[in-house]
Design a protein around this ligand. Structure first.
Ligand code: SF4
Ligand code: SF3
Length: 542
């Protein structure tokens, strides 16, 4: 196997003997094969488009299959076998439709002719031949850009999937997924073409995130500032992790009146701010921190656990029977809920002892999405004009296991008292429970939401730039980002598409970016690695 799509890749270069994440060489091969198959399917979908055929099932499959290969989502080989067979069936159905419509049904590219082997071993052997390292001819910079493009669309597909689950789709988004996948089979594309495509990936991801923002806020209202307890209430308990609001909503409905309190873990924390979810009295509080601490935190949780999206890790034996997966998440041997009927989760929670006593704890504030922040825009603008607020820092992105991520804790601790920190995604767990006080009633630490809410941060920055009559790059705003998986890659491409400069990125730079490509990014966007909190703060604030 060879995989270097995430930040924790082995030795900072690539996982070759099994993933640091727990991905087996077998699953790595199946994922590579699925991506290869999607390339062939995309070539067919683009031909279908030319004769006016648009297949919703192919759209849905493509989005779900891409999301399944994202870091820490699906570790179950059997699920990939199902996907591989489904994909070829859809490809052939589409081919027939195109043929009937008089379009080009026969595509010569090998990926479009792929036939899955009948056995798991056979599929793994096929996958081993089509991985990242299979293209020996390609220029390393071209390969790097093609991988960057694939990772960008994987992240974008995750957001598209969340929007689709809440009833929002856009054909322009899936059309770009096909274009991008097909482009990776085009040997004629050079560095410049591919740089344009990765920036277009950022543009399409912005559209996707806007759609997701609409999906969330139309279904559950705009988040409102909400204090979330970090302690626990005596009684039975369910812990929900991931990003899927629909799963959480259904679970809250199905647990109503059953004497079970529902807690969030990881990226679910900001969901406490949505009026449509917080209305449930048994939606109690937040337990634990970010995904990489789940082994320790889940082992101590006295109830059932539901993983709705990434990021699952190998369950410890102590809670293997208490954990469930939903949506695209999978772990071999863990019970999967495919239809949002959470009865097994509820039964498990009722069978476990729950919290024997109330557990006291502090609380944290969430709910500072674009509506809440822009609702006090006058105060914010006045604060900047009167110099009460000197600078904004967006300290956002993923969390992970690397010790270097302490940078973000230290950075936020060292931000001067006359500055405001905006945050989103699971990187916030490095500092989310710090009491930073306020400036004239505006909290100094504002949680915008999940990584899924990055659109909100962009909208806030855009509105501030409008109010000050300048560009986002001219605002007293600096972005200090942390990345781990491919959703962060998609968001980063969106920021580059918007022309945002001077982003500081850590804890390390992506292994898939070659020195030449890094140079292009540095020259055009002045993107830079984080250094030390003191040096970076000095460089930003002067
Ligand atoms: Fe390694 Fe990350 Fe790939 Fe897992 S997803 S195999 S940790 S590079
Ligand atoms: Fe976190 Fe996985 Fe990226 Fe949603 S939950 S930001 S790492």
């Amino acid at each position: 196997m060879f995989c270097f799509q995430c930040e924790q890749t082995a030795g900072g270069t690539g996982c070759t003997k099994g993933g640091v994440c727990g991905k087996t060489p077998e699953v790595a091969a199946l994922q590579d094969l699925l991506i290869y198959e999607l390339k062939g399917l995309s070539l067919g979908a683009l031909e279908a488009d030319k004769v006016g055929i648009h297949d919703e099932e192919v759209d849905r499959f493509t989005v779900e299959a891409l999301f399944s290969t994202l870091t820490n989502v699906d570790f179950d080989p059997d699920r990939f076998v199902v996907l591989l067979n489904q994909g070829v069936k859809l490809r052939e159905q589409l081919r027939e439709k195109v043929k009937k419509a008089g379009g080009k049904a026969d595509i010569a590219d090998e990926s479009a002719l792929f036939q899955p082997a009948a056995t798991l071993e056979g599929l793994v052997a096929q996958g081993d031949k089509v991985g990242i390292k299979s293209d020996h001819q390609a220029d390393p910079d071209v390969l790097a850009l093609k991988e960057l493009l694939i990772y960008g669309i994987k992240g974008g597909a995750a957001y598209a999937d969340h929007a689709r689950i809440l009833g929002k789709t856009d054909a322009a988004i899936t059309r770009f997924l096909y274009e991008a996948l097909a482009a990776t089979r085009n040997a004629a594309l050079g560095v410049n073409d591919l740089v344009s495509l990765v920036l277009k990936c950022g543009e399409i991801n912005l559209k996707t995130m806007e759609l997701l923002d609409a999906a969330h806020t139309e279904a559950y209202g705009h988040p409102v500032p909400t204090a979330v307890p970090l302690g626990a209430k005596k009684g039975k308990a369910i812990l929900v992790s991931g990003h899927d609001l629909k799963d959480l909503d259904e679970l809250l409905q199905q647990t109503a009146g059953k004497g079970i309190n529902v807690y969030t873990h990881g990226e679910m924390l900001p969901t406490h701010g949505y009026p449509g979810l917080k209305k449930h009295p048994h939606f109690y509080g937040h337990y634990g921190t970010a995904w990489q601490n789940q082994k320790k935190e889940f082992a101590a949780f006295p109830g059932a656990i539901l993983m709705t999206t990434n990021c699952i890790q190998k369950p410890a034996e102590s809670y293997q029977d208490n954990i469930f997966t939903a949506g695209l998440v999978g772990w071999p041997g863990v019970t999967h809920i495919a239809d949002r009927n959470f009865t097994p989760v509820i039964e498990k929670a009722l069978a476990l002892h729950g919290f024997p006593e109330d557990v006291p704890g502090k609380s944290v504030l969430v709910g500072f999405g674009r509506n809440a922040v822009l609702g006090v825009a006058d105060k914010v603008i006045e604060g900047v004009k009167s110099k009460a607020i000197r600078h904004f820092f967006l300290v956002a992105g993923c969390d992970g296991a690397k010790p270097g991520r302490n940078y973000y804790t230290e950075f936020v601790e060292k931000v001067p008292k006359d500055c405001v920190v905006l945050t989103l995604a699971c990187g916030k767990f490095r500092f989310f429970d710090k009491d930073l006080g306020d400036i004239g009633g505006i909290p100094r630490l504002l949680d915008i939401g999940q990584c899924n809410d990055a659109y909100s941060a962009i909208a806030i920055a855009g509105a501030l730039a409008n109010a000050f009559g300048c560009g986002v790059n001219d605002l007293p705003l600096s972005m200090v980002l942390s990345w781990y998986e491919q959703k962060a890659v998609a968001i980063l491409l969106t920021l580059l598409h918007l022309g945002i400069r001077d982003i500081r990125l850590g804890p390390s730079l992506p292994a898939f970016v070659t020195p030449n490509i890094l140079n292009v990014l540095v020259q055009n966007f002045n993107i830079m690695p984080i250094s030390t909190p003191d040096e970076d703060l000095k460089a930003i604030l002067g």
